[in-house]
Design a protein around this ligand. Structure first.
Ligand code: PLP
Ligand code: ZN
Length: 407
């Protein structure tokens, strides 16, 4: 569908085919907007029923409809019913959306398939991003598939081994800068201003369009209904904003009456938005030295904080924070109880849920969806740091038998 870009602050509009990431009037974030009048919701719902679950299934609500989109088969991830975990923490309806099932192992792929097709439509030859890891893995893969060159800026020594391996294997030019993610994001924006390189961080509104499909999938997977609450790990806050947009569109089209409450979860050492909400501040105070083992959300100055605040306000949700210990405990429980192995950042949503159901904001009869954002295989070092090591045994029955007495 034809779209325009609209500033979230001053409402200035821009055509979709100019290469820009921020409002040239006030410098604020842009959002992709559609003419929803053009859509016949009933026909669309029927049409969707005939297609299998994946991002491009929803092409009518995406900003471009390439005939043969560059895709790696993203989206269509499982919504797991977590009965055991649910009763362990006193809830009745808990589901987990396992975004680790995406082609490169995180939800970033949903956004990247749209972003890379946009890059092609704009005639760009080189893509770039700053990354705590997953964005670089995803962009590198999609750039490879699209035949585009790719540059990624990562904070030196601070990204998980699996993610770095992916970016390298997919053939990106990997630049490890001496600084943190926030520094890398400032630099990559400068690079993309100066050179003809297409920026695919979540400041790029087209990428977020792909990510909103998670909401549509949850709606279909819950048999055309939505949960009362959705918990999402938050770094730059692009994903929570995108998912909320998806639910808002379902309401606009008349598919649902109510929208879920959105709860974002940051890691305590990198929780500027949670702090802002807790202390009732007017604007964001960046964390200068963000620190957490959940490296995917180790972000001190989230670019999409204004979008996130809008989500909190409109959905009557909140953004909270959890400690690294709570995150690792949540990661262990997801793995050991439900068989879902997620990276630390991916477990932040469940850690946040466990923390907040202790408060009287939520009732145990409500339904909950935790978005598990990334695959556990990406960060093996966390396992050697926090989990039991393998036990060395002699190659004989006696030693083995001894070990089997307490499994
Ligand atoms: C990117 C990422 C996040 C954070 O998403 P934002 O859109 O930056 O808030 C959370 N978890 C994982 C695994 C990620 O890769
Ligand atoms: Zn503006």
């Amino acid at each position: 569908m034809k779209t325009i870009l609209k500033c979230i602050n001053c409402s200035e509009v821009f055509p979709e085919n100019i290469i820009t990431y921020k409002c040239s009037q006030c410098g604020d974030l842009l959002d992709v907007t559609y003419d929803y009048q053009e859509i016949d919701p009933r026909a669309l719902k029927e049409e969707w029923k005939s297609r299998s679950l994946k991002v491009w299934k929803y092409k009518e609500l995406l900003p471009l409809q390439p005939i043969n989109p560059v895709t790696l088969g993203e989206g269509g991830t499982t919504l797991h019913k977590c009965s055991k975990l649910s009763s362990m923490i006193g809830l009745k309806h808990l589901h987990a959306k396992n975004e680790g099932e995406n082609p490169t192992g995180s939800f970033k792929d949903r956004g990247m398939t749209v972003g890379i097709n946009k890059a092609l439509a704009l005639g760009m030859k080189i893509t770039a991003c700053a990354s705590t890891g997953n964005t670089s893995a995803s962009l590198a893969a999609y750039s490879a598939k699209a035949g585009l060159k790719c540059v990624v800026l990562i904070p030196s020594g601070k990204i998980a081994a699996g993610k770095l391996s992916q970016a390298i294997a997919f053939g990106a030019k990997v630049l490890a800068i001496k600084g943190n993610f926030d520094d890398a994001l400032v630099m990559v924006q400068k690079i993309c201003e100066k050179y003809p390189i297409y920026l695919l961080n979540s400041i790029n509104p087209f990428r977020l369009e792909g990510q909103k499909t998670l909401a549509y999938e949850v709606y279909e997977q819950m048999n055309y209904s939505i949960p009362d609450n959705v918990f999402v790990p938050v770094g730059n806050a692009g994903n929570i904003s995108a998912i909320w947009k998806g639910f808002c569109e379902l309401k606009k089209l008349g598919f649902i009456e109510n929208r879920p409450r959105m709860i974002g979860v940051q890691a305590e050492g990198a929780s500027p938005i949670a702090s802002m909400i807790k202390e009732n501040k007017e604007s964001l105070e960046p964390f200068m030295n963000p620190e957490t083992d959940a490296t995917a959300i180790r972000i001190g100055s989230p670019v999409n904080w204004k979008k996130a605040l809008k989500v909190v306000k409109e959905s009557k949700g909140t953004i909270t924070s959890v400690t690294d210990a709570e995150i690792i405990e949540a990661q262990k429980q997801l793995a050991k109880v439900e068989g879902l192995f997620v990276e630390p950042a991916g477990a932040a949503s469940f850690a946040g849920l466990k923390k907040l159901i202790e408060t009287d904001e939520f009732s145990s009869s409500e339904s909950f969806v935790c978005v598990l954002t990334g695959n556990g295989l990406k960060d093996p070092d966390i396992i050697s740091k926090y989990y039991k090591k393998p036990i060395e045994v002699e190659n004989n029955m006696e030693s083995l038998g001894g070990q089997l007495l307490d499994i």
